[in-house]
Design a binder for this molecule. Structure first.
Ligand code: ADP
Ligand code: 5GP
Length: 189
């Protein structure tokens, strides 16, 4: 059986990582995960080849020139992120279904490439104010970075209707259940 692709995109702080982690831990499905490349520096305990393949901007641009990406975006000023062809091939060849955690533009690009083989999910916060509160509570970003992420959120939200599915993450438990059901329906289709 051919593996399917499940794409999650959201403004930063919407709860995408929390929902994806719950899906991985509770669905009973052994998903494969695409490890992206990025030109940003590792944060905290992040390791090369685990959370990301970390590259210099020059190395990243070299990969673009080689045609190594199925999509890439400059998600934040000067920070490139991209999905490697080699990663998608590695996971799909193993027969597993794949999860993607990519920005809104990248999510729509992957959906366009894979069509019916892919489910594109947009995780939406109840409001931009709540998004701001969550980023402050998460306490992983500087005030300046939070401001950048929040101001980008308004632009990102306009793409929500282009996704196959919008999950409004107000009540977390409800959002997790909705996600599990939608993913299970899609994989059993
Ligand atoms: P993202 O991956 O979209 O950037 P996270 O999953 O890191 O977002 O969530 C951002 C913060 O909001 C985290 O501290 C998380 O625990 C919290 N959070 C997630 N969902 C909810 C929710 N429904 N209500 C309140 N807080 C939430
Ligand atoms: P972070 O720096 O918090 O790890 O990620 C920032 C943003 O980059 C998130 O929205 C994340 O989904 C996005 N991102 C991570 N990998 C990729 C990728 O391969 N392609 C695209 N387009 N975005 C990515």
């Amino acid at each position: 059986m051919k593996g399917k692709l499940i794409i999650f995109s959201a403004p930063s702080g919407a709860g995408k990582s929390t929902i994806v982690k719950h899906l991985i831990d509770h669905s009973g499905i052994d998903f494969g995960f695409s490890i992206s490349a990025t030109s940003r520096a590792p944060r905290g305990t992040e390791k090369h080849g685990v959370e990301y393949f970390f590259m210099t901007t020059e190395e990243f641009k070299q990969k673009i020139a080689e045609g190594a990406f199925i999509e890439y975006e400059e998600v934040y000023n000067g920070c490139f992120y991209g999905t490697l062809k080699s990663e998608v091939e590695r996971v799909l060849n193993s027969g597993k279904h794949m999860l993607f955690d990519v920005d809104v533009k990248g999510g729509l690009s992957i959906k366009k490439l894979y069509g019916e083989q892919a489910l594109a999910v947009f995780v939406q916060p109840p409001s931009v104010e709540e998004l701001h509160r969550r980023l402050v509570n998460r306490a992983t970003d500087s005030e300046e970075m939070i401001a950048k992420r929040v101001s980008k959120a308004e632009w990102e939200m306009q793409f929500a209707p282009e996704f196959d599915l919008i999950i409004v993450n107000d009540n977390l438990e409800k959002a997790q259940q909705e996600t599990e059901k939608a993913v299970s329906d899609f994989l059993n289709k």
